[in-house]
Write a protein of this length. Sequence first.
Length: 494
Amino acid sequence: MNLNLLKEQIVGFPILGYGLLHIAASLAEDGHDVEVWNLEGALLRGSSVADIEDGFQSQRPVVVGIELNWLISSRGALQIAELAKRWLPETPIVLGGTHASLFAREILQRYPSTVDAVLTGEAEKTFPRLTENLQQRGRMGEVGGLIYHEGKQVHEIPLKKADLYTDIDEIPPYSYKYVTNLKPRVPEKVPEVIAVNTTRGACRMKCAYCVGCRSFGRAAFAVHSPEWIVRQMNLLLEEGVKEFAFQDLLFLSGKKQLLALARALQTEGLHEKILGINMTAVPGILDGETLDALSDAGVYNIDYGVESGSDRVLQRVHRPTSTAKIVDAVETTIAKGIIPWTFWMTGLPDERPEDVHETLALIHRTTEAGGLPKWVTPLIVLPGTELFENAPQFHISLRLQSFEDFAVFSDLERKAVSWYPEAISHESEAMNRYEILRSALDLKLAIFKRREEITRRFLDQFAGMVLARHPHLSLRSLENIINLRLSYILTAFL
């Protein structure tokens, strides 16, 4: 079988989500034998489908869990499920992750002979319970968040409060010791850069386009304590990780929590043991005192979701920032020795060509202030967002709606220039899909043409601020980081 996993996709690196790894840690803590396989990584390193079959046949697992977090993994996840079901026809195949949760019913209806169930939402409690039911009674049983087949019908068991950790510090930190190579059967090498989960629950900002507003059963936003985060980082540091990323909603945890985390990282000396920390934020959320503390604690770059240079468009999608706040955030961040990377979108509701021109103007303005453009992408309107659920109110028409529609992202192969009209999720009254894509490409080209100027300005004017706070970096390493990112901007889509 020619697995899509082998294609040079638009995101060309195999990663394991920490959700899957936390589930593995929970299973191990409950006394279960567990192995995690990075099958995409194995295939890219030369393993064959026969090697995968040998792995399944030799282990004879009680249950096979497959992660489906990302659009680009849709086909691959279903292909792995199909193979696993062929080799182990009596073993339940369970999917989980954000994308699987969004499309659970459709996946089960469309692939009834391949996928037995989808376990939605957080599963550190529910997956071990499902496993115990299978071991003791030979069936999955009543498990919160489980959507499953019963005859020709699809049934759903709602998530209850008891199915989730109230105190999320009780969730076991994850480890790579459960991740095993298929061939040879040895522990897999730990990535040098890795994400740490710091929060759970829905984002309270309610941006109209963001799936992060979906709670998946958790009623309230929750934050790990500084002590838990330090424990998780120390565990991964011992396993070989050199750099960390807080790519979730840590920036929403509040100033008091962020200052406490910064102090804990310094007290533990973690900032001296690692290459650095990346995090995300909405421009204007983090003040100077907080940024100062985070910089001292090892945060050397922040990804800012700017999205648009038009205040009117930002307000239309309920983005809690403004062009003035964006520029101020960039200036304050670089002054504290942290690189402000900026993220941009096109195709937002009611966005017109003149709004795209305003976005280009703000890109120039932020680069002059010390910001570096990292991503420019067409907006993807996903199920569960306000845009998707109320498309007519936002004057957009949806092109992609079903699981099969969005599976187009699994079919995309990297191009020298990111022109993927088949993957544009919607059209608006002001811009059709080609105009949305063209506007994104125009912004990318404008950045790409100025990449040497952007790099030189940053190195001449701002690099000293970063190097003064993060001595493990060098002018050469900064130049390499910036050049690599800016050279990649034309090909990046997601």
